[in-house]
Design a binder for this molecule. Sequence first.
Ligand SMILES: CC(C)(COP(=O)(O)OP(=O)(O)OC[C@H]1O[C@@H](n2cnc3c(N)ncnc32)[C@H](O)[C@@H]1OP(=O)(O)O)[C@@H](O)C(=O)NCCC(=O)NCCS
Length: 296
Amino acid sequence: MPPQTCEVSIRVADPSDMRACRMLLPETFSPGNAPEALVALGADGALAGAAAIGWEAVGDPPAFPVAVHMLPAARSRGLGRALLDAVAALARDEAPALQPWTVLREDSAQAAFCLAAGFIVHHRILHFVGEAELMERMLTPYREKLDRSGWIPAGARVVPLREAPLAEVAHLVGREFHNNPGAMLARLHGRAGTPPDPQRSVVLLLDGAVVGVQLVSIAADGIPEVEANVVLPTLRRGWANLLLTQEGTRIGVLHGSRRFRFFCDDRVIDTVNLARRSGAERLATDVVLRRAVAGG
Ligand SMILES: CC(C)(COP(=O)(O)OP(=O)(O)OC[C@H]1O[C@@H](n2cnc3c(N)ncnc32)[C@H](O)[C@@H]1OP(=O)(O)O)[C@@H](O)C(=O)NCCC(=O)NCCS
């Protein structure tokens, strides 16, 4: 039974609450799919706020996504935290942790609320803007060293996105970012959304199989952005990421990239160091948060 406060009750939303939940938490609804929701009701039965929980655990440790929204008049009374506690209680036997529905900027009010309400920082995503030529110059000696080392298998090669098996590309990217591979494939084929830049996006093949992908898109301001850089887990911390990054940067420069935006996980020390040494400017920091459901 979800917790109750003296003037407010919290219960699982029923179908008649769903319209209000969709208005409060639009990001948690997708076409044909509504999340499970909890509602907080005032003493008069009026809606004070809602929380949504997605029952598909993502990440490591696996976490259910959660979102909370309180009506302004009901804020600062501990109800947002009470809704989160109720979600944690619901999820207790299903997954070890919760995470916010979307990645949050470190300096946002949403992150501050989550940190006050029991979430901790799991890792950070650092966003940079850098000079492509400078980055290429920094990477060249590492690439030469790699070539001399003999670590690159004979069957490895980097090809432009248009020459790669797109279904495999969509599968690798989709799995890594917990996206729908079908939606990613439709985008790669140009059937949905804006496809990545076909000239600057590159794919690492090993004996013909897709083992790495660097997708680059052109932002509204014309600056290329690395939107995804993925290497098969079994090939991480080795030659594959360096080869993919160096070739991607070289090909970007070849096609006219000057400034470009990229991001990295703060646990991937090599890329963080590379960004720092190349003089890339930090634009923003996102936090990936987790809250254990036990004891929530
Ligand atoms: C964020 C939100 C849910 C907070 O709801 P609330 O009922 O006012 O929060 P609570 O009263 O339960 O506060 C719990 C803790 O979070 C802190 N907190 C709440 N809002 C905060 C904010 N904007 N900035 C910093 N801390 C905040 C409170 O100070 C409290 O900490 P304390 O117990 O140490 O004093 C509400 O402001 C809201 O609906 N905002 C819009 C949607 C949103 O941002 N959702 C969060 C993403 S999941």
